[in-house]
Ligand binder design. Sequence first.
Ligand code: SF4
Ligand code: SF4
Length: 258
Amino acid sequence: MLEKIDIHLTDHCNLNCKGCTHFSPLSEEFYLDYETFKKDIDRMAQLSNGRIKFIFLLGGEPLLHHNITQFFPHTRFLFPKTRIVVITNGILLNNQDENFWQSCKDNKIELWVSDYTLQVDYKKFEAKAKEYSVFLGYTSTAKSADNKKLWTKYKLDIKGEQYYANSFKNCTVKNCVTLKKGKLYTCPTIAHIEHFNKFFNQNLEVSEFDYIDIYKIQDYDALCAAMVKPVPFCRYCKPLEFEQCYWEPSKKDINEWI
Ligand code: SF4
Ligand code: SF4
């Protein structure tokens, strides 16, 4: 059974963290269109018969999507037992109207706020969530002794000279299964590397062996088995060479990722 799938509602973000593993600071504006989403989520429901524990709607920053509530009812209809979660940095949460909160309530959507300790009125949206009985939780960000946000930067090897099976073995983001345009990837790195390639004029190659085409795979068991195996793209990753640093806004410098 798939533990979870990530779906980007936007690729860009309003926070732009250094070395973002989803490459959002490098992305142009991208909003997922509903028809693409519906086709793919219908197929995932058909394959899995609802057996997915979590569906994460994220980005980038998903609240940048002007029609975010459009995605909620059909996902809930197809996956009645799945925990459906919007992961947000919280910056726009106090801008949401009553329709947003009502839709979260009606469709049992959870809100998980990444805790970046920003200049945001956290108490205000906590009260709103309580008013509508919407689950709101935080994903924590580590802090230094002097209360600065700590950040982990993962490193890419742009030459692709790592041994792919070792990279996979040591990887901490594998199985963050990502659904994008009819394809399932074992991690967001492969799914969104196009932004890194385009911005820095690189060519970290994604081949047909690096993803599953959800319209060609025969059944759910084959799909789940494929998602726990290393893929050739893992040769571009150096998971043991991650770097601990303070959180900063991205300067869009390639050294943030390599
Ligand atoms: S908030 Fe999340 S998606 Fe946005 S730039 Fe930071 S790490 Fe990336
Ligand atoms: S490409 Fe492989 S090693 Fe790199 S993040 Fe994805 S699963 Fe992990």
